[in-house]
Every structure is written in C-alpha cells, then in structure tokens.
Design a protein around this ligand. Sequence first.
Ligand code: ADP
Length: 429
Amino acid sequence: MWTNRYWQTEVWTLAFIILVVGLIGSLFDRAAASVAVVIFAYLFWNLVQLSRLYRWLVKSRALYPPSAPGIWGEIFNHLYVLQRKHRKELKKLKGIISEFRASTSALKDGALIISNQGEIRWFNRAAERLLGLKSSTDIGQRLFNLLRHPSFIEYEQTRDYNKPLIINSPADERIILNIRITPYNDDQRLVIIRDITEKQHLERVRQDFVANVSHELRTPLTVITGYLEMLDPETNPQLESVAKPLQMMRQQALNMGHLVDDLLLLSKLDAKAEENGKQEVDINLMLDSICAEARSLSGEKEHQILFHSHTNTNLYGSEKQLRSAFSNLIFNAVRYTQAKGRIDIFWKEDDSNLILQVQDNGPGIAEEHIPRLTERFYRVDSGRNRSQGGTGLGLAIVKHVLEGHNGKLKIQSELGKGSTFSCVFVKVK
Ligand code: ADP
C-alpha cells in the first residue's frame, strides 16, 4: 500500500502540513494546539469525503462518482471501475436469462421446474397452455394439488420415472399429454410435457386398420377353408391329380388363419381390451394341457417333452392371453427343435418372481438376432420358419402379454446347444 503513489503523496502532504503548522505554532508557543487543529481539519475533510461516498453509493443514481483530490479521488475511481464491471456482468446475465426465457417460451413442449415437494418454481408458456396453469397465481403452489388426476398422483407417489405418464390434459380433455419427470440437483425436478394427441390418433388408426383388415379376412378365409375340406381326394377320386396343390392350398389357408388370429390377438392386446377379464389362473393345469397339445404337435418327431412343476402358486391375469403366450413358447420349441430333441418346461418361484421356463436342446439362435426376436414379423430364417407354420408374431404376442401381466421375457440361447425362454412375473405382495 505504501508504495502506491497516491498514498505516499497523501502521507507526505499530511506530514508536511503538520510539520509546517507545528513549526509556525511553536513560534507562538502553540505547537500542540496548531497540530491538533490540522488533525481535526483533516478528520473533518475525511468525514466530508466519506459522506459524499455514502451519498453516491446509497442515494444517488449517478453513474459517475464525485470527484475528489488525492487518495479519495483514487478510491472513487476504483469503485467506479468495479461498479462498471459489475453492471456489465449484470447486463450479460440479464441477456442470458432473457434469451433462455425467449427460447423456452418458443418451445412447443411444456417445461416446469418443481421442488422435491412438488412446489412449482417456474414454467414456460406451453406448460401454461397444456396444463391450464396461471403464472400469476400458480407459482409456489403444489403441482399435484393443481392437477388432481389420479394417475398423476400415483405416478408421483411411486416415483418411478422410467416410463412416461400419459394422461388427458386438465385444460382440454381432447389433448393427450406425455409427461416425463427428471430429478436433478438434490431437490429439483424438471417436468417435460408433450402434446401427443396426433401421434396417439395415428396409432389408433393403425390399430383399427389392422384389426379391421384381419376381421374382414376371416369370412373369406372360412369360406375357402370350408370348400377346400370338401375337395378331399380321398372321397373324390377324380381329384387325385390335383391332390398335391389342394394339400398346399389347405396348408396355406391354415397358415393364413393363424396369421389372422395372431393379428387379431395383437390388436386386442394393443387396445388393452381384455383388461377386465382378469382372474386367478391355474398355471399347472394350463401347462399340463399345453404340453399334451405340444406332444400331439410333435407327432412323428417324437420330442421328449417334460413338465416340471415346482410350485402351486397361480397367476392373476387373463387366461386366454397367458395360454396364448405360453403355448407360443412351447410350440416354438417343438417346431424349431430337431426330431427326438428334449424340451423341458418349468413352473417355479423364487423370493420375488414366478417363472415359466421353456428349455430346448434345439439349434439355438445367434446372439445378434436375440434382441430383435420380439419385433413383429422378425424371423431368423424367414423361408424355413414360414414353412414350419410360423407367423412371425408369436414372440411379439408373448412380450405384449407379459407387459400386461407385470412380467418380462428373457431369452438365452447358444447356437448348436439350445434355447431357454423365461417369463419372469413379479410377485404381487
Ligand atoms: P415364428 O412364428 O416365426 O415362430 P416367433 O415370433 O414365434 O415367430 O419367433 C421368432 C423367431 O425366433 C422364429 O422365426 C425363430 O427363428 C426363432 N425362434 C423362436 N423360438 C425358437 C426356439 N425355441 N429355437 C430356435 N429358434 C427359435
């Protein structure tokens, strides 16, 4: 500090004045009084500068500080530089905030920031429109008090944000919203709301189209199959020459029938139409009867089909859907496992799950196909599988049924060794 030019001048000037006034005072025998006068005058001057500084800092809105000689001028100058820097940063920050506001307002998706307790801290214009919020009154309110939608409250209570929540907008019933919550920091959550009315509408159109087409195909197919059954070479010897094409037509009509049935089942699963048909299902009984059907499907291929029941616990769900899922897995094992192969079916439980396992020592599936097997119409070897009567929809149905029953499909397979398909259901406590 003492090396500073202004400080040195200040100190030297003060010392010089005290010395000179002290000397002059000593001529009149008043050295101490003269020095005291100088010190008081200096103190008073400093007080005046302090009060100017105070007025400038607190009361005045002037940009420039007052001017003063010596060290006070230097202090004012430094404060001015600091203040200018501060104002510049403030302006920059204001710019960033207004840019952020402008961009989030322009967003088509609604965005909200809520606290851990659900209090609304901020939201953009789209959120205002989609949820019917009011910026003047709703900031600070609890979001879950404003949106009294039962599934929204349940979603909030379970705090499982992996899946989005789909609800109708409280502002307009016709609007369908997809809501996603992402926690961040320790006590904040970002809520993103998207209007998916159009997407849901297209999905509905697609589902209806598939359901209608499959339904419409049923009648002509029944007629064709009926006539084909009448055209039996065994009872009509004149048809002997076309016996083979007739047999192929019968087989293809049968395949098409399966395809139509599978498509209808999938569209029902899509529409969740059988939600209310749930009941307690005796799985051991069901698997016994599917195994009997599997043995007759195996026929001359003489598979060894063994059912191992390790539990009597039952599942709660749709009997029709579960039968369809389990028979798809077991019939697949029969269809894809070589003659005289072995198929083991297990019904068992552990602490938290009920498990159906279908294990075969068939050809196995290469690793790259496994993640795609549950896609609709995905086949590992399309030519061969179609000839085995597969529709390509079986595992898609299994996956869908399991989703509706709180379960998951797990597939383990090794080429040349065999495959294990497991349906893992979460136990209801
Ligand atoms: P598909 O009607 O063609 O059987 P799925 O969806 O049921 O259709 O099965 C998809 C594909 O998975 C099948 O085409 C087949 O290649 C393969 N796959 C299914 N189960 C087995 C199995 N147990 N062993 C070997 N491959 C299988």
